[in-house]
Unconditional design. Sequence first.
Length: 188
Amino acid sequence: MRYAESPDKKWYVFRASYGRENLASDYLVDDGTYTYIAKKYVEKYVKGKRKRYLQNLISNLIFAYTTAEKAYAYVQQTPELSWLSFYYNHFEIDYHQKNPPLTVSCDEMRQFILATCTRNKHLLYVDPSQCHFKSGDTVRVIDGPFLGVEGRVARVSGQQRVVISLSGIGLISTAYIPTAFIQKIDKE
């Protein structure tokens, strides 16, 4: 992790229109804000040759670790980012009877970054209907490229995977993980 947790900062979720996530991220980083865009490797054939490039895992979303004042300033007072908006939390209503900007907890974000920093081509952004959870047990990956990732075991695309939940956004599925690489976590 390249950032230190601070009580006045949260992980805000921004939406950048027209695929300008990297441009927005560059602007925020230059302003001193830590950002994260989940990416995975994708292979395409161009003129008969296989090319490997990075693609955003969740289109148009940027995660920024910042204060509420700075987050609102980016969206409302920065002309260079006129196409940047909040991703709203549709499950809550604030005192103005509107949906507040979505924030992700540091624990969820830590697991999300840990799982997606591998940039594995088998990472999936999945719908809950695509996951067939074996049990409600929380597990930790103890070996392999996803070492340290915590989530729930699920069968996705016919394979055993660990699924990480991001509140208000969705589920991220790791690549196949053998049973020997999974350890059940007792939450006491």
